[in-house]
Design a binder for this molecule. Structure first.
Ligand code: ADP
Ligand code: ZN
Ligand code: MG
Length: 510
């Protein structure tokens, strides 16, 4: 099979995503007051409504509607004031009602969009597009809709191989999750590369986390994504037949699964074959996609308006109330960090995209000069991020106080300590939240940039090596390195190379 880059020279990939998010931050289910709790004792959070017992009547969860409207406003959607719930035929034991309550042609949120900044290596997957001066471009991605629906229960198959239903002796069902509110966002087929798909998913996750509607855990399945993909010859207008990759549960799987599927489709088409509209499953281990089922049509679902639920009328007051609750979104934060602290765009975006990191940066950067704020950003993005990743935590779990981080940034920006010493101080802050000023004093680090002391050392060294000084002044400039090395050695590697180098050169030049 050809590599993705080669395939994309001849073919254009067309991708649309369907992204589900469970509204995990809510306390109760979509149409009943059963609590939402991950990992509770099976079937302890159920009632006649979510078990679909005859005569039980659903009552919509107002907070869930508030959450989906928030999601719509944060993704530039128009909020539909009049919409309703439908029943979608669904016959499988994990949903005792035998239908799923969902939305019809009109969803709460319609016609939105997000802009993706595609930069650096990620931009390479678009050979067709003109890049800006930094080698990137902006992809404008339409959002068809975000609708409300409910999750099914969870089935466990026992006795068979790999927990599959095939060959299982018994199947158990846990209805705790049945009826959990889910929102599904559907994009227009506007994405053109696996990287754009990954960036869209990442950006949406950052937004949902910022507005606090879901924990967006890809591992626990509270955020999951189906990727639809087709190919057309470069320059062609008609879309090709698409396949759908189900339940991509990480950014990497989404990217790699789509990349594989694009290459597979290209091979089939180039050999004169045809693509069937089917649902496929990406196997990351084997690096291939396999057929799950051929596509059912909308008619198979027997959708009709739910007679138990009255049509919705959202008031302007309700919508504006939700708008007023919207926090600063990641893109706005990024732009503010650039304007207020002069951060490089990529750093500003990375910090703004992480709620905990942005909060810490905001507090610690207050009152810092731009150069100091840059040092602070580096500490957050390199050292503290590494700590968070290793410990499966966020920077909010650190004991490091913002004031201590700020004072370390100042020491680094002023060259009072070297970046190597900075690493030692960061480690001490992470371990014990030490006060950097005191720590630097105690460990004698300050002297290393005490220019008076360094000057003395240099003068002494020059007196001991008059021949080398003369040779330098005769043009053997490389000897600067000898003096540097001797001073660094005398200072046991603790000296600040930048400061020392300047003093050595100044003295040698006389
Ligand atoms: P279906 O009827 O199969 O569910 P939809 O039109 O509802 O298809 O679209 C589902 C998803 O597939 C959307 O994200 C949409 O953008 C995407 N999509 C639609 N047509 C194509 C295509 N030809 N190639 C790639 N993606 C597509
Ligand atoms: Zn219930
Ligand atoms: Mg569809």
């Amino acid at each position: 099979m050809k590599e993705l880059e080669e395939v994309l020279q001849d073919w254009e990939a067309v991708i649309g995503l369907e992204i589900h998010a469970e509204l995990t931050t809510l306390h109760t289910k979509m149409f009943c007051s059963c609590p939402i709790e991950f990992g509770a004792e099976p079937n302890t959070h159920t009632c006649p409504v979510c078990l679909g017992l005859p005569g039980a009547l659903p009552v919509p969860n107002k907070d869930a509607i508030r959450s989906i409207v928030k999601a719509g406003l944060a993704t530039n959607c128009e909020i539909e004031k009049h919409s309703m719930f439908y029943r979608k035929g669904y016959f499988y034991p994990d949903m005792a009602k035998n239908f799923q309550t969902t939305q019809g042609p009109v969803a709460f949120c319609m016609r939105g969009h997000l802009d993706l900044e595609v930069e650096g290596k990620a931009a390479l997957e678009r050979p067709d597009i003109e890049k800006d001066a930094d080698g990137g471009y902006v992809a404008h991605v339409g959002i068809t809709r975000i609708h409300m629906e409910e999750d099914a229960g969870k089935m466990t198959h026992l006795g068979g191989a790999e927990g599959r239903i095939d060959g299982a002796d018994r199947s158990l069902v846990d209805y705790n999750r049945a009826g959990t509110p889910l929102i599904e966002l559907v994009t227009e087929p506007d994405l053109r590369s696996p990287e754009e798909a990954r960036l869209f998913m990442q950006k949406l996750r950052q937004i949902y986390l910022a507005i606090g509607i879901s924990d967006c855990s890809m591992e626990e399945g509270s955020m999951r994504c189906d990727g639809n993909v087709s190919l057309r010859r470069r320059g062609a207008k008609e879309f090709g037949i698409k396949t759908e990759l189900k339940n991509m549960n990480s950014f990497k799987n989404l990217h790699d699964g789509l990349a594989y599927e694009i290459c597979r489709q290209a091979e089939v088409l180039e050999e004169g074959g045809i693509i069937y509209q089917e649902t496929r499953h990406w196997e990351p281990g084997a690096k291939r996609t396999i057929v799950m089922r051929v596509k059912e049509t909308a008619d198979d679902y027997r959708m009709f308006p739910d007679p138990d639920l009255a049509p919705f009328d959202l008031s302007d007051e309700f919508i504006e109330g939700v708008r007023a609750e919207l926090p600063e979104l990641p893109d706005e934060k990024r732009d503010r960090f650039i304007a207020e602290h002069g951060l490089p765009k990529a750093d500003a975006a990375a910090i703004a995209g992480d709620v905990a990191m942005a909060e810490l940066f905001d507090t610690a950067a207050e009152g810092l000069e731009d150069g100091e704020a840059k040092k602070l950003a580096n500490i957050l993005l390199n050292d503290l991020s590494a700590w968070a990743n290793e410990n499966n935590a966020t920077v909010a779990d650190l004991a490091a106080s913002p004031a201590h981080l700020a004072s370390l940034a100042k020491l680094l920006a002023a060259d009072t300590i070297s970046s190597k010493q900075g690493k030692e101080v960061i480690a001490a802050i992470i371990a014990d939240d030490v006060d950097p000023e005191a720590y630097v004093e105690e460990h004698g680090m300050k002297q290393t940039t005490d220019t008076g002391a360094i000057e003395q050392l240099v003068e002494q060294l020059m007196q001991e090596n008059p021949d080398k000084v003369a040779a330098y002044r005769d043009g053997k400039k490389g000897l600067q390195g000898f003096f540097m090395g001797q001073i660094m050695k005398a200072m046991k590697g603790q000296g600040n190379p930048k400061v020392i180098s300047k003093i050595v050169t100044d003295k040698l030049e006389g």
